[in-house]
Design a protein around this ligand. Structure first.
Ligand SMILES: [Zn+2]
Ligand SMILES: [Zn+2]
Length: 281
């Protein structure tokens, strides 16, 4: 199983020479497992995933996209994801269930006027929509070897997010972004994540921003680096990847942050665009 970061930034994409090393695209992660293609979130990073698949994975005809929530930085790459315009693809899109809106209408709206000139008829792929309700379902089987489980977290305003855990054979990766846990994960989240090989965790802020007296970031629905580290230790994960960086966080800032984080949890890493992690089963 290969996991590749294509977008690691939070809030909005940032083309800036001081951020080129770790990357400026918004959230999107590719998981490749044999013929199976799973994508977590569809920020601007998904645009390069589309290009990669079309050039290098010609035998792939099914793509499963799991959205944590529908904030713009997690969906803004969709209209530029080239497999949408190719009738060889079946694309399954999963997102949290919202009682007051349909996933299908939200996704189609960003392809249509006034947001885009594309229109529904421009979409050629076969698109299926799945709204995930944690009260009704425990997981999605991608094939007999891969399952994606999910759990709702309500800390991100207004409707919370889904935290996903992809398991294949005896390996697992957890994707937990746009979350805030000043008191650490509760027992439900802890047991969901416990022992994962990889935890990809929101790390938007540092303590001086989160607890800033004049302009605190408390209640914004994001984590500090320390929260990510504490949760990784609590959940006894093998490796922690910091993720969803504040847009102004430079490459130098990130490397300083990593140095401090490693003192608390040695197996902490920075997620970085195009960095591929191989998880052997
Ligand atoms: Zn976000
Ligand atoms: Zn968000």
């Amino acid at each position: 199983m290969n996991i590749t970061f294509y977008g690691v930034r939070g809030s909005y994409p940032v083309p800036d020479k001081n951020l080129l090393k770790y990357g400026g695209n918004t959230s999107s992660i590719l998981v490749e497992n044999g013929k199976n293609i799973v994508i977590f979130d569809a920020g601007t990073g998904i645009i390069n995933i589309g290009n990669y698949l079309k050039e290098n994975k010609k035998s792939v005809d099914k793509i499963d996209i799991f959205l944590t929530h529908l904030h713009f930085d997690h969906i803004q790459g969709l209209p530029f994801f080239t497999p949408f315009y190719d009738n060889n693809y079946e694309i399954n899109i999963y997102c949290p269930y919202y009682s007051n809106m349909s996933l299908k209408s939200v996704i189609y709206s960003i392809f249509n006027h006034p947001f885009s000139p594309i229109c529904n008829k421009g979409i050629r792929a076969d698109i299926n929509f799945f709204e995930l309700n944690s009260k009704k379902s425990n997981g999605v089987k991608i094939d007999e070897h891969i399952e994606v489980e999910f759990i709702k977290d309500v800390s991100h305003p207004v409707s919370g997010v889904l935290i996903y855990k992809l398991s294949s054979e005896n390996k697992s990766v957890v994707y937990a972004t746009d979350i805030e846990s000043p008191n650490g994960f509760g027992s439900k989240l802890k047991s969901f994540i416990n022992g994962a090989n990889i935890l990809i965790h929101d790390a938007q802020y540092i303590d001086s921003e989160y607890y800033n007296e004049k302009n605190p970031k408390r209640g914004f629905g994001h984590s500090t680096v320390c929260m990510a580290v504490e949760n990784a230790i609590k959940c006894e994960v093998e490796k922690l990847f910091l993720f969803h960086y504040n847009p102004n966080r430079s490459d130098n800032d990130l490397e300083r942050i990593l140095k401090d984080a490693k003192k608390m949890f040695k197996s902490t890493f920075l997620s970085r665009e195009l960095n591929k992690i191989n998880l052997r089963s």
